[in-house]
Design a protein around this ligand. Structure first.
Ligand SMILES: *Cc1c(COP(=O)(O)O)cnc(C)c1O
Length: 232
């Protein structure tokens, strides 16, 4: 089951790359394993998966202890400042930085551990209903501020598009995030490189790839539906 679903997602990624004339090595699949038990992650690991996405600090650190050390952990959820210290030296990339207060905390905790944390800035691409993400009009000044932090490296942008049955509805959001990254690149800000675009989930990752995604975050498509009944 897991194997078939994983192969299917990998094949869809390859096809989306072909369709849009992109190199498939430029698109990285993040297996979003939130809520799934570590046995299932291990099964995915045995099938070759090394990049996992989690959205809860405690869950990620527990799995971090239990999984092999060559796993790369991507933090994709809303991050509370009081929990930053538990993950700064364990994450490959934090996808969800959307406030100066959070960036300051990451800077402080990373300095203590003497590491540099790679981050993406979460952007709220004109979605009134979304609570999280930097607004488009504030993005440039936000990135300029964060670029001054010595222990943070801005590497790109991330967005969470609304759930939709029809992925075409999210195409304008993905193309907008891409355009924003081009605009930021043109500013040539020191210590900032926005080459990563983290966008696209189970229902819309192919469209996201056509619009330039370099990371797609796929959970359900790989692991099946999540069961929240135990900790809802
Ligand atoms: C849960 C989650 C995903 C994966 O969602 P699926 O629809 O299961 O693929 C991707 N990104 C973020 C930020 C998530 O929280």
């Amino acid at each position: 089951m897991l194997k078939e679903r994983l192969l299917n997602v990998q094949e869809n990624i390859q096809n989306a790359c072909k369709k849009s004339g992109r190199n498939e090595n430029d698109v990285t699949l993040i297996a979003v394993s939130k809520t799934k038990p570590v046995e299932i992650l291990q099964e995915a690991y045995d099938l070759g998966v090394r990049i996992f996405g989690e959205n809860k600090v405690q869950e990620m650190t527990q799995k971090y202890e239990l999984m092999p050390k060559d796993v790369q952990w991507h933090f994709i959820g809303h991050l509370q400042t009081n929990k930053v210290k538990y993950i700064v030296d364990k994450v490959e990339l934090i996808h969800s930085v959307d406030s100066i207060k959070l960036a300051e905390t990451i800077e402080k905790e990373a300095a203590k551990k003497n590491c540099v944390v790679r981050i993406l800035v979460e952007v709220n691409v004109s979605q009134e209903e979304s609570k999280f993400g930097v607004k488009e009009e504030e993005l440039l000044s936000f990135i300029e501020k964060v670029s001054n932090f010595k222990h943070i490296k801005v590497e790109g942008l991330m967005t969470i598009a609304p759930y939709t049955e029809n992925p075409e509805e999210n195409r304008p959001i993905f193309s907008r995030l891409h355009q924003l990254s081009v605009d930021i690149s043109d500013k040539n800000i020191d210590n900032v490189n926005v080459s990563i675009l983290s966008m696209g989930m189970t229902n819309d990752y192919e469209v996201a790839i056509e619009e330039g995604a370099t990371f797609v975050r796929v959970g359900t498509g790989i692991f099946g539906a999540r069961d929240y009944s135990k900790n809802a």
